[in-house]
Design a protein around this ligand. Structure first.
Ligand code: SF4
Length: 237
């Protein structure tokens, strides 16, 4: 655990301008806003990970939402996907409250950190392969800093899975070949030559498309969260 290292990293991420298309998009969204949030000053920058520096469980999404994380400056905060995720974390005892509205709302995560392989909101929620690759070093650095404590990771959706596996490999865990395929409920153990391994779990993304259609139900999400938390050595409700 290196708290100061992680907060330094978060600050550096928030200042990144490496992807011209995403810099333009996040700033344009922050200028034009959605009518419902007209009185907000949007964050409009890369959104760093959220949660304690000694987290045992890492949740990996895809990228911030234009009017969610890109508005509030905190992962999964202020959008429907976050409503589902934080409600489930609260239900299983890993969050202090069921809602995540803004950075000053008092939300605390217990042993859990939430991050994403792409830190800027992309148009249509779709980063390009080049943008995904450009952002990977940030996740690798975050994983290096979390390695002393992190024992499990829950990856939301196939894109996050594909983007995160190379980052886990670069941070020192051994990813099997051929690479394990994403599936809801997938569980893969990544060994490490020089330290503890990590249990990787797949879960459908908490997107509105999945939750509105019932592809991912609150019960399914709670079940995967409990398994991942158990593998990480965290107690759940
Ligand atoms: S997506 Fe990542 S690499 Fe690209 S500008 Fe944002 S923080 Fe930087």
């Amino acid at each position: 655990m290196d708290p100061s290292g992680l907060s330094r990293l978060d600050r550096r991420i928030a200042g990144c301008r490496a992807c011209p298309r995403l810099v333009d998009w996040r700033e344009e969204v922050a200028r034009t806003k959605r009518a419902a949030f007209a009185d907000w000053t949007y964050w409009g920058r890369p959104v760093p990970g959220f949660g304690p520096p000694d987290a045992r469980l890492l949740i990996v999404g895809l990228a911030p939402a234009a009017h969610g994380g890109n508005r509030t400056g905190r992962m999964f905060t202020g959008d429907r996907s976050g409503d589902v995720l934080y409600q489930a974390l609260y239900d299983v005892g890993l969050a202090s409250q069921p809602t995540s509205v803004h950075t000053g709302d008092g939300l605390e995560l217990y042993g859990v950190r939430v991050t994403s392989p792409v830190h800027c909101a992309p148009p249509a929620n779709r980063p390009t392969p080049g943008e995904r690759d450009a952002c990977r070093p940030w996740l690798v650095q975050e994983l290096h800093l979390l390695r002393p404590t992190v024992r499990a990771a829950l990856v939301l959706g196939a894109f996050g899975w594909q983007a995160a596996l190379p980052a886990f490999a670069a941070a020192g865990w051994t990813v099997p070949r051929p690479r394990p395929a994403f599936a809801h409920g997938a569980r893969v153990t990544l060994d490490a030559a020089d330290g503890p391994g990590l249990d990787l779990f797949g879960c459908f993304h908490v997107s509105q498309r999945n939750t509105f259609t019932g592809r991912l139900t609150p019960g399914m999400l709670r079940a995967v969260l409990r398994s991942a938390a158990d593998a990480a050595g965290l107690g759940t409700a």
